[in-house]
Design a protein around this ligand. Structure first.
Ligand SMILES: [Zn+2]
Length: 348
């Protein structure tokens, strides 16, 4: 996974352990033209700066910002202060070097290239001071609630090619501990669709560096959600010629979705796509790719569960309110009658 695909929140709270995040290039070269006012001379030069990916990495390391997350000690969603890594100011300078070819003859181009390599190497040496670094997320409600995240940088530079890999190598509390609130948050819905164990097992596998296995559980959740929706659909529609559960279970995903079309809420719109990625992951993707995609697919499933949870709560509230209205209707009638009689009496 590339660093530009992740937000700071993702990297801190959702990224699994030993899941490589790539910075494909550290440096970017671009041709520039020096334009001297007096002579209006267009002169070629080379401008070396950090790539967007490298800027993202430094921003991630250096930023102290506020993050929304779940504090397992407070047991609720809160704002966290993220600590920054104190980075050498020279390393933060985006411009690496400027080479003016016009100032020299072609015979000196080689030495210019060496100068560029030297400047890039300087930065790499500085970055190596941060091979292991730590970021802390501190709860704003109680500053003794500290979550620790440990990262490692693998830097490779061979002159023409450079790359960096960022890996989360440790965290406390564990991913499972941090996600326990989600398990709790969706426990009713998950139990209703008979998928609570799948949800927890998927997360546990992911937190133990297993990608494909975690995908299997996410796919099971989707299948069970659809089966639940199918049962709900036949119950509400009361169709005489309805498809049997057995037939439904054996249908291809596309047909299942088609059958339930119009009955599924909009959060289910990307279900086919998500299911496709999960299936492809199980059959064709590498372990690392599955681990990289897991948080994104998990969020897609969480959104579906959230929709289901909210509609369950709405239904419950509606029923409760309906019976309360039914209860007060005769009471209101009686009271109104009394008031009317009283009014009629006073007029006499
Ligand atoms: Zn807290």
């Amino acid at each position: 996974m590339n660093i530009t695909e992740l937000t700071t929140n993702d990297t801190i709270f959702s990224l699994g352990l030993y899941n490589a995040v790539t910075i494909e290039r550290m440096f970017n070269e671009s041709k520039i033209v020096f334009d001297y006012e007096e002579e209006k001379l267009g002169i070629d030069g080379l401008y070396v700066m950090y790539s967007d990916e490298m800027n993202e990495l430094l921003k991630f390391m250096n930023d102290r910002q506020k993050l929304h997350g779940f504090c397992p000690y407070c047991n609720k969603e809160l704002v966290f202060n993220l600590t920054s890594v104190e980075i050498n100011s020279e390393l933060l300078e985006r411009k690496v070097c400027v080479l003016k070819y016009s100032a020299i003859g072609p015979e000196e181009y080689d030495s210019m290239e060496r100068h560029k390599d030297y400047k890039c190497n300087e930065r790499i040496e500085l970055l190596k001071n941060y091979t292991y670094f730590n970021k802390k997320a501190i709860c704003t409600f109680d500053s003794s609630h500290i979550m620790n995240f440990f990262f490692k940088l693998d830097i490779s530079y061979t002159g023409a090619k450079d790359s960096v890999t960022l890996t989360k190598v440790g965290q406390s509390p564990s991913y499972t501990e941090m996600n326990r609130h989600k398990h709790k948050k969706f426990s009713k819905v998950l139990k209703q669709i008979n998928s609570y164990d799948d949800y927890v097992k998927g997360d546990n596998l992911f937190s133990h560096d297993v990608g494909v296995g975690a995908f299997v559980y996410l796919r099971r959740i989707l299948e069970k959600i659809l089966l639940f929706k199918f049962n709900d659909y036949t119950k509400h529609k009361g169709e005489k010629k309805a498809t049997s559960i057995h037939e439904f279970k054996n249908m291809e995903m596309e047909k299942k979705i088609k059958l339930l079309k119009g009955y599924l809420p909009k959060e289910f719109d990307n279900l086919k796509q998500v299911y496709g990625i999960l299936s492809s992951g199980i059959h064709n993707l590498e372990e690392d790719s599955c681990k990289g995609y897991y948080p994104v697919l998990k969020t897609a499933i969480d959104l579906i569960l959230l929709e289901q949870k909210e509609s369950m709560e709405k239904e419950k509230l509606k029923n409760k309110n309906k019976s309360a209205i039914n209860k007060i209707t005769p009471e209101v009638g009686e009271k109104a009658d009394k008031e009317l009689k009283k009014l009629a009496g006073s007029k006499k």
